[in-house]
Design a binder for this molecule. Structure first.
Ligand SMILES: NC(=O)c1ccc[n+]([C@@H]2O[C@H](COP(=O)([O-])OP(=O)(O)OC[C@H]3O[C@@H](n4cnc5c(N)ncnc54)[C@H](O)[C@@H]3O)[C@@H](O)[C@H]2O)c1
Length: 248
């Protein structure tokens, strides 16, 4: 308890999966959480659960691909809680496309959510963190940002770019005490992986060295560490939480 006491955190894609788990864990550790998503009904349920447990949270409907929507989220965060210490760029979509069988608009839509949205988020939030004298940005990439994964080129391409973008941002803002790290989950059981799990469970297990897949909280604990001052000497780093997939 209290690892994020006094901090204000924006978490995108917080209606489901890892984002929801991070929102609950952060609130439990004393953060004031601004939970955002396009799925507002589900998001409201998560925020109600947080409040029932005695946490502080605000649910905001937010399409991460819109810069106007980001401006409004930052404005409402400042109005409600006075500042932003932590940004978790978590919202995501998955695709199953190879390079030759995709249309460019499919490529662009995935880049909008997985890559351009974290750029807009950092652009809008980092100036607020600078005013405060520092902050922590956590960009949720994937093992797909480190190793190739067949049949997911738009996803893997975006997550790889997010990995290097995080390092560039880390170098740009280190002097302002704004830390930027990326997180690289392996196969985690969430609504995103549920459909693929039906057909590809055995394939996923071949690569996942531990004999089980991740739960959302397995990643949330890593994100909590990066959000807290316990990781004050970490920036531009990659936190891999993958059951050993990339150790192969
Ligand atoms: N589940 C995995 O195995 C896995 C592995 C590696 C990386 N990741 C990454 O982790 C993050 C969370 O994934 P998850 O598995 O919890 O997914 P999820 O599908 O359970 O949750 C993703 C959330 O993002 C929201 N979202 C999608 N598009 C949005 C938009 N335009 N604006 C705002 N919100 C939007 C969805 O509504 C959803 O609530 C994603 O970035 C994903 O790519 C997941």
């Amino acid at each position: 308890m209290g690892r994020l006491k006094g901090k204000v955190a924006i978490i995108t894609g917080a209606a489901n999966g890892m984002g929801a788990s991070e929102a609950k864990l952060f609130a439990n550790e004393g953060a004031k959480v601004v939970a955002t998503d396009i799925q507002i009904e589900r998001l409201n349920q998560i925020v109600e659960e947080i409040k029932k447990e005695g946490g502080e949270a605000l649910a905001l409907e937010h399409d991460v691909t819109s810069e106007e929507a980001w401006k409004s989220v930052v404005e409402k965060t400042i109005q409600s809680f006075g500042k932003v210490d932590v940004l978790v760029n978590n919202a995501g979509v998955s695709t199953e496309k190879t390079i030759a069988n995709m249309e460019m608009d499919e490529w662009n839509k995935v880049q909008d959510v997985l890559l351009n949205a974290p750029v807009i988020g950092m652009k809008q939030v980092i100036p607020e963190m600078k005013k405060l004298g520092g902050g922590s940005v956590i960009n949720i990439s994937s093992i797909g940002g480190i190793v190739g994964m067949a049949g997911t080129s738009p996803y893997t391409g975006a997550k790889g770019a997010l990995r290097s973008l995080s390092k560039a941002a880390a170098v740009e803002y280190a002097k302002d005490l704004v830390r930027v790290n990326s997180v690289h989950p392996g196969i985690v059981e969430t609504p995103m992986t549920a459909p693929a799990m039906e057909q590809a469970q055995a394939y996923f297990q071949t690569f996942t060295q531990l004999p089980y897949f991740g739960k959302p909280e397995d990643v949330a604990y890593g994100v909590l560490f990066l959000a807290s001052d316990e990781s004050r000497f970490m920036t531009g780093a990659e936190l891999v939480i993958d059951g050993g997939w990339t150790a192969l």
